[in-house]
Design a protein around this ligand. Structure first.
Ligand SMILES: Cc1cc2nc3c(=O)[nH]c(=O)nc-3n(C[C@H](O)[C@H](O)[C@H](O)COP(=O)(O)OP(=O)(O)OC[C@H]3O[C@@H](n4cnc5c(N)ncnc54)[C@H](O)[C@@H]3O)c2cc1C
Length: 530
């Protein structure tokens, strides 16, 4: 497919992509350009370098564009839209408190910018770099070209610890630390604003979603906005996170023991630098208190992984569509059992813990790392489904969908990276380890509410009398297991080993390791999970 990202070759992130220039206004006079800050997935005024830099130059117009075509992409869902829209409304409020306001326009980006140029004369454009999907990448390339053709200065700032372009990972970890240690961007003491009309009624606009609807009640989803982001981070660092390192693996404890900042990071209501700095501050304060040191260290590591995975995607964007290791091509492409996929996506596989996790995710928009990994591994190994459709389903379900982390993780859990150890999760072991009493299962798979004791993990083994007592008929009220998980896992392991043992696969692994591999010593590496 030949997908590469467009970036200049200077290696400088915080740079004008085209040199700053004063463009000629329509009337021929040299005029001061209107500074436009284009908000995308960085919906905040705190630690926002493009906003700070634009305001330092002159009257600034804060712009957000609702792009109908973006919302038609198969990885988008209604829950993403609502979470993003609420963050946009919240940003407007924050800007009003600063004396400005957000201009929200509906339309594709180039026509919107062209119209602003007509309305305001010369422009200068400021934004954060976005490591997005092929669709957003193409949009960004088109915007860069348009700016160059129009003589418009476009300045893009780095938002994560992700470096563009990057040939290898030498010193990446120390560059990440440097990036996080930089002072938070602050707005100039005085600033002036340019305001323009928003598209009337933009708050009520609805996307025409093309992917399958994931449903789920809105009331059980995480709330959006800056105050919620701050509150989630603070309550985690001061109370909820105490036992993070021991409680993150079970969906029962993880809901409150994990930080829950991922959705906020994905729309940018909080910056990763703010999260890293707040974590270091707490580390200094809580040096020897109970389990805090271990938990904060584990959390800091995950902030690092956030950027590690996005960096992988930045450098190899084709993994949205193609196997990271080309030696794995052909492994699953030719067979796709739609019935198995539908059963998995609906939480109807007959494996109670797998189904409980899928239904919990569908209703809440979130689940912890280990259960995400188990769901993906079950689809890829036990059901032998190519990762692309399951990846899209999960993307639509995750309120925190972040393409950079998502596609890297999906491929890792499907065995197509060529460099990670094969990990096939046993759904029954996970069930007994993470939900020993079965309460989580009974809550999310109410058909099994009457099943007692250890049978909850494998109800199909109960006798007819036991099932009658439990008030459930397997095969009618709740499905029989759609596959034999042990047999299919063994078959998957064999097929995978066959693909991995070829000399082409070894060469690919070497290439991938050189390009993306962590440069930490082997003994320090962890499984990049939880
Ligand atoms: C198949 C699969 C798909 C995933 N897709 C996404 C996704 O689309 N968006 C997303 O944010 N995360 C994704 N993750 C990673 C991880 O599961 C979530 O980041 C985490 O569960 C979010 O909850 P939290 O904010 O409470 O995390 P915490 O455990 O509190 O961690 C804090 C932050 O660290 C980062 N982080 C944590 N774990 C990981 C990890 N394993 N890899 C990379 N970064 C990590 C996230 O930014 C997270 O918000 C995926 C994992 C898997 C296995």
């Amino acid at each position: 497919m030949g997908i590469t990202r467009c970036c200049d070759q200077s290696g400088q992130a915080e740079r004008p992509v085209h040199s700053l220039c004063t463009a000629r206004a329509n009337n021929g006079d040299m005029a001061q350009p209107t500074q436009i800050v284009w908000f995308k997935r960085d919906l905040r005024v705190f630690d926002h370098k493009p906003l700070a830099a634009a305001l330092a130059r002159g009257p600034t117009l804060a712009l957000c564009i609702i792009e109908p075509e973006l919302w038609r992409q198969p990885d988008r869902s209604g829950r993403h839209w609502r979470f993003w829209r609420d963050a946009v409304a919240d940003l407007d409020e924050a800007l009003r408190q600063l004396g400005g306001r957000l201009t929200v326009r509906i339309g594709e980006t180039l026509p919107v910018l062209t119209r602003l140029q007509r309305e305001h004369g010369p422009l200068a454009l400021w934004a954060h770099e976005e490591t997005g999907t092929l669709w957003t990448d193409r949009r960004d390339i088109a915007v860069r070209r348009w700016c160059r053709d129009q003589g418009i200065a476009l300045t893009e700032f780095r938002q994560f610890g992700v470096f563009r372009p990057l040939k290898h990972r030498n010193n990446w970890a120390s560059r990440w630390r440097q990036q996080m240690r930089q002072p938070l961007a602050t707005l100039p003491a005085t600033h002036s604003w340019t305001v323009a009309d928003s598209t009337p009624g933009w708050e009520h606009w609805q996307p025409s979603i093309s992917g399958e609807r994931v449903g789920g009640p809105e009331s059980t989803m995480q709330l959006s906005g800056r105050a919620q982001a701050e509150s989630d981070l603070t309550s985690f660092l001061t109370e909820r996170g105490r036992s993070y390192s021991t409680e993150l693996s079970s969906p029962v404890s993880a809901e409150s023991a994990c930080s829950r900042i991922s959705a906020h990071l994905s729309v940018g209501t909080i910056s990763i630098r703010e999260a890293a700095k707040a974590t270091w501050l707490q580390q200094d304060k809580l040096q020897r208190k109970e389990s805090w040191p271990r938990s904060l260290k584990a959390f800091e590591g995950r902030l690092h992984w956030h950027c590690h995975f996005v960096q992988k995607f930045e450098s190899e964007p084709r993994i949205e569509f193609e196997n990271l290791s080309r030696a794995m091509d052909g492994m699953r492409e030719t067979e796709f059992d739609d019935d198995l996929y539908q059963a998995w996506a609906a939480g109807q596989t007959g494996y109670p813990f797998v189904d409980a996790c899928m239904r919990y995710l569908r209703d809440t928009g979130w689940i912890n790392f280990r259960m995400r990994a188990m769901l993906m591994s079950f689809a890829a190994y036990q059901l032998w489904l190519h990762w692309r459709q399951p990846a899209l389903h999960l993307a639509r379900c995750f309120l925190d969908y972040e393409p950079g982390i998502h596609y890297s993780q999906v491929q890792m859990q499907s065995g197509t990276t060529g460099i990670n150890a094969t990990r096939i999760y046993n759904p029954l072991k996970q069930s007994r380890d993470q939900d020993p009493d079965g309460d989580f299962i009974r809550r999310w798979v109410p058909e099994l509410a009457g099943v007692t004791g250890d049978w909850i993990h494998e109800p199909w083994r109960m006798t007819k009398t036991q099932l009658d007592q439990a008030g459930v008929h397997i095969g009618r009220d709740y499905p029989r297991p759609v596959v034999d998980h042990q047999k299919t896992a063994a078959a998957a392991r064999k097929r995978l080993a066959g693909f991995r043992s070829s000399s082409a696969a070894r060469q690919e692994s070497f290439r991938i390791m050189e390009k993306h591999g962590s440069r930490r010593r082997r003994s320090q590496r962890t499984s990049l999970g939880g």
